[in-house]
Design a protein around this ligand. Sequence first.
Ligand code: MG
Length: 337
Amino acid sequence: MRISLHPYKLQFKYPFKIAHGVRTYTDVVYVKIEHTGFTGWGEATLPPYLPETQQSVTEFINAFAVGLSNDSPDEWAEKLLQDTSGNSAAKAGLDMALWDIKAQMASVTVKDLLAINVNSFPLGTYTIGVSSAGELKEKVTAATQAGFKLFKLKLTGENDEEVVTSFRALTDTPFAVDVNQGWIDVKEAISKAKFLKKQGCVFIEQPFNKDALAESKELKKANILPVYADESCQNLSDIDRLKDSFDGINIKLMKCGGITQARKMITLAREFKLKVLIGCMSESSVGCTAAAQLTPLADYADLDGPYLIANDPFEGMKVENGKVVVYPLVTKIQLEH
Ligand code: MG
């Protein structure tokens, strides 16, 4: 097994503005594993508000590989399962490359290898960051033309009604909102939730601070719209603590450490009757195609990274007629080593 790492900068088509900042690019490290004539790909995606960097990912994976035999993806996967350090994006990159290579060796898809027999894929959302009126129109038009039938609007807590009204003036397509911890007061949140429901909103993501579980519980109890955890829910160990404060969770490979962990999270979430959204950190097609393999088990998929990136070196999953469709990964731009 030969492993190589490829740092890369994903440029956004539009500057991506949310409640806690704006960014124009995302650093990633592509993980390439070559074995028995097959090539598996993974991606560690590193938004700047998280602690991992291209350097930390490179160091983690280089150290991880020391002492492992070169011919057993299963041995690598087993060691990954035993690792209790953080490094969740680095682990996710390795984990998805291992799944990719194992699926190719077995001549099946990753979804098949995961024994996911469901063949219906959920709706995929197109995320709209905080935008000017002109940008909003451009994005709604682009996403509608690309076949999206569900939007996710980023709210900040300020001018929320105005944002939704501007959006509604352009389209009657359903939408969700992601508040990214921007709301503080529960009464105000309940009143906003009622407004949002009337406007065709289908769920609210992370309305309050990640630790404000009591507030979230009250909003959940008001039973106006389903409330999903994102920042509050990083990995498997969080779910039990959150189950009474949210109706669903947003599972991202970069938060939990990869496909193996995400699969476990889905099982536990379902035991607690929680809804499941498979999300992304604006990954390119490598990360989103890996995550898409799990989406038949989810209520929604937020895997719009490839649609928001101007220089995606790969092509894979797509959203067609509103729903996630998984295509095999294709390399469009050869990465330098
Ligand atoms: Mg979110």
